[in-house]
Write a protein that binds this ligand. Structure first.
Ligand code: SD4
Length: 325
């Protein structure tokens, strides 16, 4: 039932799935922050996720609340097996298990998360169910999977043939280090502002490719991969989760905005907190996107190459972020 709803909302052509997220064109880099009218619904997401953003944006335009729109939007990429960092088709851990992480947060400050879940594609929806159907915030591992089955989710094999091949090729070298390079990221953090001006957000990922079994990054950790306060604004992260967790990045950005920083200034400060601890140029990527209640948007990353998607007024754009390096 849940899955069908998502598929019905994903009314996009198959050809669009074949386009790698990073090869679609970006709008030129600009120092000026986008400003959006307060009552205009909008969606911002990490990376170039035009289809997911458009699904969420259209849902908002049709009156959906911010959280339902965000969960429906990211469900598209969770089901997209061409995307190897989110949902089905995500890269496995070094032992060959695909384990997914996700969290959600709504305008009331309620939140839910699932960590290291196997066999369930739509983990953002599952995180929402944890928030709405249990007295808890986090369910992990086999408990999260059991809860999903009780809720009627269909178990699936998340390791696709091509992910399996890539993992087997990686194993040939056998260095057993998780891949933490600059390119190895596509986690979707999505923030939606609905027609009532309420903010909600989602973060969903398969985590680092070839991670140690049981490793969980920032993405399902409220305050790290996602945080929002409906009176202030919201932020989402992508990149090397260990560095985001150490600085509680998304919470930091929201608190900086509360103190009067713009989303751009807050994202830059959060990235600088990470950079300051490094000796020289880091070999990992971390990136943030944030918005405040005025509808201003900011984005910043350690390395160039990060972009975010913005949907508003029936139009989706991919915008290149500024970066330290
Ligand atoms: C993690 N932040 O698990 C995630 C990785 C990521 O695209 O962004 N992947 O650390």
């Amino acid at each position: 039932m849940k899955r069908r709803t998502f598929l019905d909302q994903s009314s996009l052509g198959v050809t669009s799935l074949l386009i790698a997220p990073h090869v679609l064109g970006c709008a030129p880099k600009t120092e000026t922050q986008a400003v959006i009218g307060k009552s205009t619904p909008y969606v911002i997401s990490t990376w170039n996720v035009a289809q997911a953003n458009t699904i969420a944006g259209k849902a908002l335009e049709e009156g959906a609340n911010a959280l339902d729109a965000a969960v429906a939007g990211v469900a598209f990429e969770e089901a997209n097996i061409q995307n190897t960092t989110v949902g089905k088709g995500g890269a496995p851990d070094r032992d060959g298990n695909v384990t997914l992480d996700a969290c959600v947060m709504n305008h009331l400050g309620d939140c839910g998360a699932v960590l290291a879940v196997e066999n369930i594609t739509h983990v953002a929806a599952l995180a929402k169910d944890v928030m709405e159907q249990t007295p808890h915030v986090i369910l992990a591992g086999t408990g999260a999977r059991k809860f999903a089955l009780e809720q009627g989710y269909t178990p699936e094999d998340l390791l696709t043939d091509s992910s399996k091949k890539a993992w087997e090729k990686w194993k040939e070298k056998g260095n057993y280090q998780p891949e933490i390079n600059v390119e190895n990221h596509d986690t979707i953090g999505m923030l939606c502002c609905d027609a009532k001006g309420n903010l909600s957000g989602v973060c969903t990922t398969s985590g680092l490719a070839y991670k140690m079994q049981g490793r969980v990054g920032d993405s399902p950790i409220i305050g790290s991969g996602l945080y929002l306060d409906n009176e202030v604004g919201g932020a989402v992260a992508t990149g090397l989760g260990e560095e985001v967790i150490k600085t509680v990045g998304s919470f930091l950005i929201v608190e900086l905005m509360r103190q009067g920083r713009t989303p751009q200034q807050a994202c830059e400060e959060a990235v600088q907190r990470i950079i300051k601890k490094q000796k020289g140029k880091p070999d990992f990527q971390v990136a943030y996107v944030a918005t405040n209640k005025k509808g201003e948007i900011g984005a910043y990353s350690v390395h160039s190459g990060f972009s975010y998607s913005l949907y508003k007024n029936q139009n989706n754009q991919n915008i290149e972020s500024n970066s330290v390096f």
